[in-house]
Design a protein around this ligand. Structure first.
Ligand code: SAM
Ligand code: SF4
Ligand code: SF4
Length: 346
């Protein structure tokens, strides 16, 4: 394999049309979810009649692993498994084990809502998952339940976070999407709760992903405002980014109580460093979170293409990539249809 595609060190790693290398891959393993977060899968749209992907449309674990190997040969170093909710896909630990065995892959993580994490954390670690990011939008049950819209209690997500920490899926990152007037009053509580735990709380600006969440700019709380409000109580200092393409602005508490992140995708877009590709559960490759269409890799796979042919297709797609939606957001006059977040996993 390595012989045909180049070394696992990614000597085939192409730059896109704006010079950005391919480094990260997000793999969505299902478009289904046990939550109906209002900013992602609103109930009115993702209701009983919603047509989710059928089983035969989903990539199998073997197909995902084969594609992932080709991506790694083309420069990818980090894979994040996501969804929908990745832990609702049956036997997900088998996929993790297969991905963990890919030579040249340096980081393997998962983003989950945490609902099913507590009983699975140890096994996931044992089969090769390195870390997890758990989404949690408030510590107040009524606020959280109104956001997940399935009446799911905070305590069970906290159990998932603690189980992940005990299983050494660390540092655990906690994602909080902040929506003005809905959970912005929970920011300080959340900061207080996670200070000193070793978990890294990351505040995410509410984004205009997909076509269904009714996004309005007034509902976005700028990351700078969030950081200022925390700094006023627990003084912060900026931390240098770990690597090119790191999306979170990092801050450390001056009193040594740990770190937070702020993801300002709306107010301070980071497209120029975006090294990320996304694979949907049905094998479409998206080169931007806001893309209106994907590139069909499943037909290639199922049509009998060789690894080398898939790699060539991938490189062609990536070298032509010009996406920078967030930087252009304000200049846009004619909105284009966009893929739903629950299909490509954020
Ligand atoms: N179900 C998993 C979860 O919630 O962690 C993984 C998939 S979810 C689409 C990935 C991340 O996207 C979550 O942290 C979620 O909070 C975030 N997200 C979803 N919709 C968003 C939106 N409109 N704006 C900002 N972040 C969003
Ligand atoms: Fe499900 Fe995650 Fe979307 Fe919430 S954010 S609806 S948990 S996929
Ligand atoms: Fe990357 Fe597209 Fe997001 Fe810009 S808008 S950071 S190109 S995914």
């Amino acid at each position: 394999m390595a012989g045909a595609l180049g070394s696992a060190d990614g000597d085939r790693s192409p730059g896109d049309a704006l010079g950005r290398p391919l480094r990260d891959l997000r793999v969505s393993v299902t478009d289904r979810c046990n939550f109906r977060c209002v900013y992602c899968m609103p109930k009115e749209v993702f209701g009983r009649d919603f047509q989710f992907l059928q089983r035969e449309e989903l990539l199998t674990f073997e197909e995902i692993t084969r594609l992932a190997r080709v991506f790694v040969a083309c420069g990818v170093r980090k894979i994040r498994v996501t969804g929908g909710e990745p832990l609702v896909r049956r036997n997900i630990e088998r996929l993790i084990e297969q991905l963990a065995g890919i030579e040249g892959l340096r980081d393997l993580t998962m983003t989950t809502n945490g609902a099913l994490l507590a009983p699975k954390a140890r096994t996931l670690r044992e089969v090769g998952l390195r870390r997890v990011t758990v989404s949690l939008d408030s510590l107040e049950d009524d606020v959280f339940k109104a956001m997940n819209d399935v009446d799911f209690p905070v305590a069970r997500v906290l159990e998932g976070i603690e189980a992940a920490a005990r299983a050494a899926l660390t540092p655990v990152k906690v994602n909080m999407v902040v929506k003005r007037g809905v959970n912005d009053h929970s920011v300080l509580d959340m900061a207080d709760h996670f200070r000193g735990t070793g978990h890294v709380l990351r505040f995410i600006e509410y984004m205009d992903v997909g076509m269904t969440n009714g996004w309005r700019l007034e509902e976005v709380v700028p990351a700078a405002e969030i950081v200022r409000s925390i700094d006023a109580v627990w003084p912060l200092e900026l931390v240098e980014p770990n690597y090119r393409g790191e999306v979170a602005g990092r801050y450390r508490y001056r009193d040594g109580a740990g770190e937070i992140g702020a993801i300002a995708s709306v107010t301070q877009p980071f497209c120029r460093d975006c090294t990320r590709a996304r694979l949907s559960a049905d094998g479409q490759l998206y080169t931007c979170l806001f893309a209106s269409r994907g590139h069909d890799l499943r037909s290639l796979l199922r049509g009998g293409a060789s690894d080398e042919e898939i790699a060539e297709r991938l490189i062609t797609i990536w070298t032509r990539r010009t996406d920078r939606h967030s930087e252009l957001r304000t200049a846009e006059t004619r909105p284009l249809p966009k893929v739903e977040m629950s299909r490509i996993g954020g």
